[in-house]
Design a protein around this ligand. Structure first.
Ligand code: NAD
Length: 357
């Protein structure tokens, strides 16, 4: 039923249903690394939930998906409370949404229409985010995003990634948290699935879930897509299994820092590159919306040949003083937005296959 035709009672009922359904989808996606529906279906539910809430603001529930980030950390891992929350990103689905974003930023900052406003654009890597804490240059802990406030302790697993230095290079601040995305390339993903199908993987030896009538013991899982393969491979109980999985990392953000090495997003990301992290070569800075959109189109055109999944382009206000003034709303920063690629161009998501051996 169109949102405009809903009665308040129907809206309340629908919001309750959406909260329950999406909480279950979140659990399957984040905790089990086994999505029940495609991202497009999931995003459509999120948009529907937002539209109903916009029409009936009094009915917004405490457990609404529009207020939540990710899902609670799994009991399989020790927990780490993030010194600074790890949030999600607001979405833009059209050029007009991007123009609205820039207008909102200008209005909030009371900037004139012709005042300069530099914004960066970079690929939105389809993996899972990870926060790496360095003290005196040494890696001391690594945590997944979890529900944004508390993540899963995957320190031993993160140490096995060749892209993650155990010691920061050069002069690093006393405390510095590097944040970025763990991902898997298409080629590595295909090879891993092939290996899993043959039962040639250390994880095949450990019973992932207890045996039951419905799920016999010794399952070898193949992964639905590189994102789930990355999440499932990082979130292993045995770090040696993680070591055997070809995981990579791009750094694009930071958390707590005793000193921030730069005054802009681009400067700090370049500094993080200097600390020894891979940073994405397609990150660029623009002074106008036209440049952003052009870069978006160019990244979209390169999408099929990048060798790893991306699901959009992230724009971020470059000046950190402006970022600070803009701050955050419930689940995302006001200074950034993810410009998603349209659904029909999205890569096909293959359903997870479970092979019993
Ligand atoms: P999101 O993935 O759309 O955006 C936020 C995340 O983008 C950040 O946390 C970060 O990890 C990542 N990111 C990648 N590159 C980045 C960059 N360059 N700069 C900044 N961040 C970058 O939002 P979300 O809240 O993590 O999750 C929603 C996504 O997960 C949607 O795509 C949704 O479809 C999917 N999802 C799917 C299901 C399902 O059942 N299919 C369930 C839950 C979530």
């Amino acid at each position: 039923k169109p949102v405009e035709e809903l009665t308040a009672d129907e809206a309340a009922e629908e919001l309750e249903r959406l909260a329950a359904t999406m909480a279950e989808y979140d659990r399957l996606y984040y905790e089990e690394d086994e999505p029940a529906v495609s991202d497009e279906e999931y995003d459509a539910l999120r948009e529907r939930n937002l539209a109903v809430e916009a029409r009936f603001p009094d009915l917004v529930r405490g457990d609404s998906p529009s207020l939540k980030v990710g899902a609670a950390p799994s009991a399989k891992f020790r927990k780490i409370r993030h010194a600074l929350p790890m949030l999600s990103l607001d979405n833009a689905f059209s050029d007009e949404d991007v123009a609205d974003f820039a207008r909102r930023v200008r209005r909030y900052l009371k900037l004139k229409d012709d005042a300069p406003l530099a914004i960066t654009a970079e690929p939105k890597i389809d993996g899972l985010s990870l926060s790496l804490r360095y003290e005196k240059g040494r890696l001391v802990s690594a945590a997944t995003r979890g529900d944004g406030a508390v993540g899963e302790d995957v320190t031993a697993n993160a140490r096995t990634l060749p892209d993650i230095p155990n010691r920061l290079h050069g002069e690093a601040p006393d405390i510095f948290e590097v944040r970025g995305e763990v991902y898997m390339t298409h080629a590595d993903f295909a090879a891993l699935n092939e290996r899993l199908a043959k039962g040639d993987d250390p994880a095949a030896e450990e019973a992932d879930e207890p045996a039951s009538a419905a799920a016999p013991a010794r399952k070898v899982r193949q992964f639905a897509n590189p994102r789930n393969a990355a999440a499932g491979s990082l979130r292993q109980k045995d770090p040696e299994v993680t070591r055997s999985r070809p995981l990579r990392f791009f750094a694009y953000a930071w958390g707590e820092a005793s000193e921030v090495p730069g005054r802009t997003q681009s400067e700090v990301v370049a500094a993080v590159g200097g600390f020894g992290f891979p940073i994405n070569p397609l990150m660029m800075r623009f002074d106008d919306i036209g440049g952003l959109i052009e870069h978006y189109r160019s990244i979209e055109a390169q999408r099929a040949t990048l060798g790893y999944d991306i699901d959009g382009v992230v724009y971020k206000v470059d000046d950190l003083a402006l970022q600070n003034r803009l701050g955050f709303v419930s689940r995302f920063p006001r200074w950034a937005i993810a410009h998603k690629f349209s659904a029909q161009k999205a890569t096909t998501v293959v359903r997870e296959i479970v092979i019993n051996v």
